[in-house]
Design a protein around this ligand. Structure first.
Ligand code: NCD
Length: 304
């Protein structure tokens, strides 16, 4: 039995296999319509979500399975003080796989150590978000045709953005990746990513506050929201939230084949006028997220 807590638990061959499976599901959805008949996915969401929870649920329904769970911790026994460990043991009696989102870093790991069914980390605090990263990798593969040899700009809240941390870990394993980190000084990538991933693997990167000066050299621009819920005070959030707003004017300096990604939700950081630019792929990215989660559920349940 296997869980997915951190993206690096999957080796490159397994990531490739998941991407290939997702591509096959896109091409032949009817082949998969009954694969999870009789199986149940539990979505345990202790933090707000639209895409991650609904894409997991849609994925399970499209595989012919069923879904149960909660989308608010206040409606679960967490409100009475139940531990994540006990909840995981309990839900193991009802379901076949768990997708858990939690504001505390490490909570899905604790759940996986106590559950008797696979646990998928659907986002833990400011730490990791491996299924968003699988979504991002499938998006890059579909939109750019490759996962190596890319200059990737990540812009916005690189300190608290968990999707950023997981994506850096995942892309650092491919050849020819260069990162350009664009953020205010207060929201730079954390030390554990810098030392533990980038420096450890000798990955080239630069850090800048300047989006206009960097956009022209990027193959991918990955925009992120400033993570309001992780700030200690509202004043800092208000000061930093509009640090970067991608506009049509700024896009003029970008390459014709650069793609704009965003894990969503967007607040203010991409002007809606960009949505109709063919380089904007964040809503296609949403759809890819459902297919890769279908592939992941099949893999963790051992269904071919
Ligand atoms: C992200 C998350 O929850 O970390 N959203 C998502 O899952 N697509 C990004 C965010 O909330 O900013």
């Amino acid at each position: 039995m296997r869980s997915l807590i951190d993206i690096t638990e999957l080796d490159l061959g397994e990531v490739d296999a998941l991407i290939a499976k997702a591509e096959d599901i896109i091409a032949h959805p009817e082949k998969y319509a009954d694969k999870c008949r009789g199986k149940k996915l539990a979505t345990l969401f202790y933090e707000p979500s639209t895409r991650t929870r609904l894409s997991f649920e849609a994925a399970m329904y499209e595989l012919g399975g069923n879904v149960l769970g909660f989308s608010e911790s206040q409606s679960s026994s967490a409100a009475k003080g139940e531990s994540v460990a006990d909840t995981a043991k309990t839900v193991s009696c009802y379901a076949d796989v768990i997708a858990m989102r939690h504001p505390k870093e490490g909570a899905p790991l604790v759940a996986s150590r106590n559950a008797t069914i696979p646990v998928i980390n659907a986002g833990d605090g400011g730490h990791n978000h491996p299924t968003q990263t699988l979504t991002d990798l499938l998006t890059i593969k579909k939109e750019k045709g490759r996962l190596g040899g890319l200059t990737v700009g990540l812009c916005g809240d690189l300190k608290f953005g968990r999707t950023v941390h997981s994506l850096i870990s995942a892309l650092s394993r491919y050849g020819g990746i260069k990162f350009v980190f664009i953020s205010p000084a207060e929201l730079k990538i954390p030390g554990y990513v810098r030392q533990g991933v980038l420096e450890k693997n000798g990955i080239p990167y630069e850090e800048t506050t300047d989006l206009d000066g960097s956009i022209g050299k990027l193959d991918i621009l990955y925009m992120t929201r400033v993570q309001r819920e992780r700030f200690f005070n509202e004043e800092d959030y208000l000061r930093l939230r509009d640090s970067y707003i991608l506009t049509q004017q700024k896009m003029k300096a970008a390459r014709e084949d650069m793609i704009v990604m965003h894990p969503l939700p967007r607040v203010n950081e991409i002007s809606p006028e960009i949505d109709s630019d063919p380089r904007a792929c964040y809503f296609r990215q949403v759809l890819y997220g459902k297919y890769i989660r279908m592939a992941l559920i099949l893999m963790l349940l051992g269904i071919d």
